[in-house]
Design a protein around this ligand. Structure first.
Ligand SMILES: [Zn+2]
Length: 474
C-alpha cells in the first residue's frame, strides 16, 4: 500500500513537472514569437526608413537641379534681353533669379516630404515645430537694429514670402528633416563645443580624437572658463535659402571677364538656344548682374579630408561640391516583447541620406567640364545621385537632431556663462564627465604610451587605437 501511494505520488509529481515544463516552454515560445515579431518590425522599419530617406534626399536634390537649370536659363535670357536693349526685361530676369534661389529649394523641401510620406513615413511633430519656430524668426529678419536690417533682403518682401512658404510646408507635416540646414544666425567657424565628435570622444574615451585633432587640449584644459566664446554668425550675404541652398550669388561683372563669346554660344546652342547675332554687340562688355556659383562649388578635395576620406578616383567632371541635400527620417516601432518598453529611444529607427544634383558642361563631348567651370550658371544639370553623407556639405550640422539643436541653442550659452549643465541632455552629460580632472588625466596617461596607435582615418580603416573608428554613419 505505501508502495502504491508512492507510485501515485510520483506520477502526480511527474504530471506536475510536465505541467511546469510545458508552462515554461510556452512562455519561452511566446517570448520567441514576440521577439520574432519585433525583429520583423525592426527589419521592415529599417527598410522603410531607408527607402523613405533616400527618396526624400533625391527629391530634394532634383529640385536643386531644377533651380540651378532655371537660374542658368535666365542667365541666357538675360544675355538675349541685353542685346535687344530691353532694360525692363533684364530687371525682371534678375529679380526672378533672386526668387528662384528661395523657391526651388523650398519646392525641394516640400517634395521631400511627399517622397518620405509616400514611402511610409509619418510626420514628426518635433520637426514641424522646429520649422514653424524658425519661420517665426524669419519674420524678424528684416527688423532694423542699429539703423540696419538684421539680414538684408535679396528681393522685395523676401522674408515675408519665405516665412509664409515655410509655414505652409510645415503645416502639411514634416516627415523628412533637412539635416544640413544653414541658418543665417548659426555660429560658424570652428569651436570644439560645436563639434559633435568632441562629445563622442568623451563618451567613448576616444582618446585618439584628442591626439589627432586637438592635441594638447587634455593637458591645457582647466575648467569651463577655458573655452573661447562661441563664434558669431558669419556675416554672409543672404542670397541663398537656409534649407537646401543652391550656393549661388549675383556678381556684377563684364561677361567677357568670365567666359569667351564662343563658349557662351556653345553652351546656349547645347541648350537649344541659338544666340548667334545676339551677343556680339554689347553683351560681353557691359557691367551686369549675372548669377554665378559661389566658392562652395570647389572640388571635393577641398572638403575636410578628416571627415571625408575620398577613396578611389573621381571623374574630373563630377569632382565638385556645391548644392546637396541631407535628409533625416525617423520611424518608430512598437515592440511587443515584455521588458523592452516603448519609452526608450531604442525604438526609433533613424536614417540619414544625402543626394546631389549632377551635370556637366559639354556632357557627351570629349572634354566635359564641371558646371562651375566658367563661374556663370548655365543649364546643365541632368541627374541626381545619392552621395556618402560624409561627402555632403554641413554633414555635421545635425540640424534636425532635436536634442543637439537644443544643446547648441539653449544649453551651451548657459554652460559657457556659468559652467551649469542641463540634466537629461546626453551632450551635457558628456560635459560633466569632461569636467572631471581624473577623466582627462586618464586620457593623458593612455596617450602617453598608446598614441602611436592613433592614425588618421583612411579609406576602409577606422581611426585606430582605443575607441577608434569613425563615429559617422547611420
Ligand atoms: Zn545639453
Amino acid at each position: 500500500m505505501p508502495h502504491l501511494i508512492q507510485i501515485a505520488l510520483r506520477r502526480g509529481n511527474r504530471r506536475g513537472q510536465i505541467a511546469i515544463f510545458l508552462l515554461l516552454l510556452l512562455t519561452v515560445l511566446a517570448f520567441v514569437f514576440l521577439w520574432h515579431v519585433d525583429i520583423h518590425r525592426i527589419v521592415t522599419g529599417k527598410t522603410r526608413s531607408r527607402n523613405a530617406g533616400d527618396a526624400a534626399a533625391l527629391a530634394g536634390a532634383r529640385w536643386q537641379g531644377i533651380g540651378l537649370n532655371l537660374v542658368g536659363e535666365l542667365n541666357l535670357l538675360h544675355a538675349m534681353a541685353l542685346s535687344a536693349n530691353d532694360a525692363v526685361a533684364v530687371n525682371a530676369i534678375t529679380n526672378m533669379q533672386a526668387r528662384v534661389l528661395f523657391t526651388a529649394p523650398l519646392m525641394g523641401l516640400a517634395a521631400a516630404q511627399v517622397a518620405a510620406k509616400n514611402n511610409g513615413m509619418y510626420a514628426e511633430a518635433a520637426y514641424a515645430r522646429l520649422i514653424l519656430q524658425h519661420a517665426a524668426e524669419v519674420r524678424h529678419y528684416g527688423d532694423i537694429i542699429g539703423g540696419v536690417p538684421l539680414f538684408v533682403q535679396p528681393f522685395d518682401r523676401a522674408w515675408e514670402e519665405y516665412a509664409t512658404l515655410l509655414e505652409a510646408i510645415a503645416s502639411d507635416g514634416i516627415a523628412a528633416g533637412p539635416d544640413n540646414t544653414f541658418l543665417y544666425g548659426d555660429s560658424t567657424g570652428g569651436h570644439i563645443l560645436l563639434d559633435r565628435n568632441f562629445y563622442t570622444a568623451v563618451a567613448c574615451k576616444w582618446w585618439c580624437w584628442f591626439f589627432l585633432y586637438h592635441s594638447g587640449l587634455l593637458q591645457a584644459y582647466t575648467d569651463y572658463h577655458w573655452w573661447p566664446p562661441l563664434p558669431p554668425p558669419d556675416p554672409r550675404i543672404f542670397f541663398n535659402s537656409e534649407y537646401l541652398p543652391l550656393w549661388l550669388r549675383p556678381d556684377t561683372v563684364q561677361l567677357r571677364a568670365i567666359l569667351s563669346t564662343a563658349s557662351l554660344l556653345d553652351e546656349a546652342a547645347r541648350d537649344g538656344v541659338n544666340m548667334t547675332g545676339f551677343i556680339e554687340t554689347n553683351v560681353m562688355f557691359r557691367n551686369e548682374t549675372w548669377y554665378v556659383y559661389n566658392s562652395w562649388w570647389g572640388p571635393w578635395s577641398l572638403m575636410d579630408t578628416n571627415t571625408f576620406p575620398l577613396a578611389g578616383t573621381l571623374k574630373p567632371e563630377y569632382d565638385y561640391a556645391g548644392a546637396d541635400v541631407m535628409m533625416r527620417v525617423q520611424a518608430s516601432i512598437n515592440r511587443m516583447t515584455p521588458g523592452l518598453d516603448n519609452s526608450s529611444g531604442s525604438n526609433s529607427i533613424l536614417w540619414t541620406a544625402a543626394a546631389k544634383p549632377f551635370g556637366a558642361l559639354g556632357a557627351g563631348t570629349a572634354t566635359p567640364l564641371v558646371p562651375a567651370a566658367y563661374g556663370l550658371v548655365l543649364p546643365c544639370f541632368s541627374a541626381v545621385r545619392l552621395i556618402p553623407i560624409d561627402a555632403c556639405s554641413g554633414s555635421g550640422n545635425g540640424s534636425f537632431d532635436i536634442g543637439w539643436r537644443q544643446h547648441v541653442n539653449v544649453h551651451l550659452p548657459i554652460y559657457l556663462a556659468s559652467g551649469v549643465t542641463t540634466p537629461g541632455c546626453w551632450y551635457c552629460q558628456q560635459l560633466v564627465t569632461w569636467e572631471i580632472p581624473a577623466f582627462r588625466q586618464e586620457g593623458i596617461a593612455w596617450l602617453s604610451t598608446n598614441s602611436y596607435r592613433c592614425t588618421l582615418p583612411s579609406p576602409g580603416g577606422g581611426g585606430g587605437g582605443h575607441g577608434g573608428g569613425s563615429p559617422h554613419g547611420h
